[in-house]
Design a protein around this ligand. Sequence first.
Ligand code: BMA
Length: 332
Amino acid sequence: MSKIIGRSLPNIPWQEKPKGDNAPVWRYSGNPIIGQDAIPTSNSVFNSAVVPFEDGFAGVFRCDSQSVSMDIFAGFSKDGIHWQINHEPIVFEGADPEILKREYRYDPRVCFIEDRYYITWCNGYHGPTIGIGYTFDFKTFYQQENAFLPYNRNGVLFPRKIGGLYSMVSRPSDTGHTPFGDIFFSQSPDLVFWGKHRYVMGTVNGDESAWQSKKIGPGCVPIETDEGWLMIYHGVINTCNGFVYRIGVALLDLDQPWKVKGRSAYYILGPKEIYERVGDVPNVTFPCAALTDADTGRIAIYYGCADTVTGLAFTTVDELLAFMKAHPLDAR
Ligand code: BMA
């Protein structure tokens, strides 16, 4: 038995694994949990992040509008499954007016550190980069400086300082639908100035793990366990019909997270159900958040489906570690 280092979450959304299911991750039977028209103006609601909040849950949701502009919206839930999403996008205070100017915002992550909820997202600033803001109550939101120069996507914070510094994994990219990309680790004394950049892991050439041959990117906030940081991430293969996005798992060293201790050659979840196969962008499963319960080792993963709706899936820390060890990637 491995242990999640973190808080108890007795109200984590949960369903037991269906009998006879051999996969390490299983879907919520009522998927998708959030439909594409969850708010009156939305074309799609996907790639979104949730955290425990008060006696329930709060989240930041990517809602693309019916003009297909990308923005992020706060939402609330009692059970983590049924969500009320605000009809107006998040308005940030603070920051330099230069940074507050909105170009586009998408793919939010939420990470509780010390006393507040930090939000990172892909922020348009002459190209995509990593926006950072925070809130205490999901009502008032403060924006800070962008973490990096363009171009970067998938900035995901660690839930505590490592070696005395705030820490983040991200995926340097380009202006468009980046046809490359590896995961890097960066640190900051103040969540404003970032440096000490380290390479974590990259795509896999050859057919040992072809689903992650084109690009990879951080997904959920890394989960601290007694064996290391469990990193749930996305991996992409290019096919004759476009990119396919699947979900993988790796284990990073607790003190030096750029050192990869384990990585699964097999994906843990990929497009299979109709709502993952069919949508604005077909064949996409894109994880952005995981709830965890330290008492039971349960993990609930929130993931975007076909760039259109939001799904929920379940696993445990033992399932993921056992699967990773049963199907290890040698070329990491
Ligand atoms: C990536 C991001 C994600 C999206 C994915 C599939 O580059 O833009 O938001 O889910 O492509 O379209």
